[in-house]
Design a protein around this ligand. Structure first.
Ligand SMILES: Cc1ncc(COP(=O)(O)O)c(C=O)c1O
Length: 450
C-alpha cells in the first residue's frame, strides 16, 4: 500500500477515535474491520477464543466506566473479569484519569537523562504502603518483566543460581517467567528454558524445604523461592494459613531470597493491600502490577528489602535493567493517583466487604446447583467457581455473557471461572450478577441434563 493510502486509511481511524458520536455506518465499518483485521493481521487463531464472537454476532468494545464495559452499539456488560485484576479502582476512574491528563498536559515520557521526579515520589509511596522494610523499587511495563527483574535481583543478591517455583504457578510468559511457570501447556513449546528451576507442590512448605536441602546437598546454591500468595491463573488456589510464614522461615534458614509475586493479589484485591499482610510476612522481593496503574496506564515493578540491593548494584545501577519506558512520568502519575484513591477510599476494605457478598451469593448457587458447581473459593474480590466440567463452565460463561455479565471463562479453560470485579461494583450490580448467573445455570443444567 502506498503511503498516501496508508495516511487516508489512518485518517479514518483517527476520526473514529476523535468522534463523540459514531454513526451506525461507522459502527458497522469498525465491527467488520475489527473481525477482518484480527483474523488477517493480529492472529488467525484468536477469534474463536473470544465469547464476544462465538455468541451471536461480534461485539466490539468501545467505551467503559466504573464496573461496566460497553460495546459499540451500547451493549452493556457488568465486568466481573476485571481485566484479570486490572480494574480494582474501576474503569476510567475519574480521579486517576484527571491526574493522567494533567501530567500529559505538561510531559508524557522522560528525557532519560534529567531526573524525573515522579519516579522518586512513586517509589516512596510504594515503600510507604508495603509491609516491613521493603524499600527499593524498580519500575517496569508488564508483569512478566517485573518477574524477570525479581529473578535477576535474587541471583545478584544471593549468589545463588537455582529457583524453587510451584506446580500450577503463573508468573508471565517471557522466557524467565515462563520457566517458573507451573503449567505444562505454556512451557512445552519453549523447552529447554532457564534450567535451574525445581517445581514443588503449591501449599506444601515441606516440599520447598526438601528441594532446597537436596540442592544444597549436591553442591548447588538456591537464589530464590518464588510464589503467588494465592495462585490466580491456576484457579484461585488459596494455601492453608501458615504456608507463607513457613516459606519465610525456610528461606531465612537457608539464606534464600523469598519472592512473592503479588501482581494479581496485590493492591487491595484480596481484602488487604497485599496478600502477604494477611499472614504478617514480608518477602525479600515483591512484584506488583495489574491494578497498580489504576486501570488506565500499564505500569508494574518490584520492591525489595535493603539487603537485596547489594554493593554490586549500587556500583552498577544499570546491571539489573534499564527499560526505556519503565517508570515513565505518565505511568507514574497514574500509579500515584491510584495509591491515593486506594488509601482514601479504603479499597482493600471494599474488596473484602463486597467479596463476602458475592461469595455468599455464589455459595447459595452452589447449594442450588450441586451437579453443576463443584466448588466456590477465594477471598476478597479474587473468587472462583469451579464447574464439574470445562464445557459446562463455558456454557455458563456464555450464558452470563449473553445476559450482560463478563467473566473469565474461556474456551481453553472454563472448568474454573474467575470473578475479579472492580471494588467500585455496586451492591445492585452484584445482585444482578447472581440473579443472571442463576438463570444461566438453570439453562446449562437443562442443556447438559445434569
Ligand atoms: C501472578 C502473576 N504474575 C505475573 C503475571 C504476568 O503479568 P503480564 O501479563 O502483565 O506479563 C500475571 C498475569 O496474569 C500474574 O497473574
Amino acid at each position: 500500500m502506498g503511503y498516501s493510502e496508508v495516511s487516508k486509511d489512518l485518517e479514518k481511524v483517527l476520526k473514529f477515535i476523535h468522534s463523540d458520536k459514531l454513526t451506525d455506518k461507522e459502527k458497522e465499518t469498525i465491527t467488520n474491520d475489527t473481525v477482518e483485521y484480527f483474523d488477517k493481521y493480529v492472529s488467525p487463531g484468536w477469534l474463536k477464543y473470544r465469547k464476544s464472537v462465538s455468541t451471536n454476532s461480534a461485539t466490539v468494545e468501545w467505551t467503559d466506566h466504573d464496573s461496566i464495559c460497553e460495546g459499540l452499539y451500547g451493549e452493556e456488560f457488568i465486568d466481573c473479569l476485571g481485566g484479570f485484576g486490572i480494574y480494582t479502582c474501576g474503569h476510567r476512574n475519574p480521579q486517576i484519569m484527571d491526574t493522567v491528563k494533567a501530567q500529559l498536559d505538561h510531559q508524557a515520557l522522560h528525557s532519560q537523562e534529567l531526573l524525573d521526579p515522579l519516579r522518586g515520589y512513586l517509589a516512596k509511596a510504594v515503600a510507604d504502603i508495603t509491609p516491613g522494610d521493603l524499600k527499593h523499587c524498580f519500575f517496569t511495563n508488564g508483569g512478566a518483566e517485573a518477574v524477570e527483574m525479581a529473578l535477576k535481583l535474587a541471583r545478584i543478591a544471593t549468589g545463588g543460581r537455582w529457583y524453587i517455583s510451584t506446580v500450577g504457578a503463573f508468573h508471565g510468559k517471557s522466557m524467565g517467567a515462563i520457566s517458573m511457570g507451573g503449567k505444562n501447556t505454556y512451557r512445552v513449546p519453549y523447552t529447554p528454558m532457564v534450567q535451574q528451576v525445581q517445581h514443588v507442590e503449591y501449599g506444601n512448605a515441606e516440599d520447598t524445604r526438601k528441594a532446597i536441602r537436596n540442592l544444597i546437598a549436591v553442591g548447588e546454591k538456591v537464589a530464590a523461592v518464588i510464589v503467588e500468595p494465592i495462585q490466580g491463573e491456576a484457579g484461585i488456589i488459596v494455601p492453608s494459613d501458615g504456608y507463607l510464614k513457613e516459606l519465610r522461615e525456610i528461606c531465612d534458614e537457608y539464606n534464600v531470597a523469598l519472592i512473592f509475586d503479588e501482581i494479581q493479589t496485590g493492591m487491595g484485591r484480596t481484602g488487604t493491600m497485599w496478600r502477604c499482610e494477611y499472614e504478617g510476612v514480608t518477602p525479600d522481593i515483591m512484584t506488583f502490577g495489574k491494578a497498580f496503574g489504576g486501570g488506565i496506564m500499564p505500569i508494574t515493578g518490584i520492591i525489595c528489602r535493603p539487603q537485596m540491593w547489594t554493593q554490586e548494584l549500587i556500583d552498577n545501577p544499570w546491571l539489573l535493567g534499564s527499560p526505556t519506558f519503565g517508570g515513565n512520568p505518565v505511568c507514574c502519575a497514574a500509579a500515584l493517583a491510584t495509591i491515593k484513591f486506594m488509601v482514601d477510599n479504603d479499597i482493600p476494605g471494599e474488596c473484602s466487604r463486597k467479596g463476602v457478598i458475592i461469595k455468599e451469593g455464589l455459595e447459595k448457587l452452589k447449594a442450588k446447583y450441586p451437579t453443576v458447581i463443584d466448588d466456590v473459593r477465594g477471598t476478597g474480590l479474587m473468587l472462583a467457581v469451579e464447574f464439574c466440567r470445562s464445557d459446562v463452565g463455558y456454557s455458563v460463561a456464555k450464558g452470563l455473557f449473553a445476559r450482560g455479565v463478563m467473566t473469565a471463562g474461556t474456551l481453553v479453560n472454563a472448568k474454573c471461572i474467575r470473578f475479579e470485579p472492580a471494588a467500585v461494583i455496586t451492591e445492585e450490580q452484584i445482585a444482578a450478577v447472581i440473579e443472571r448467573m442463576d438463570e444461566a445455570l438453570a439453562d446449562t443444567k437443562a442443556e447438559f441434563g445434569l
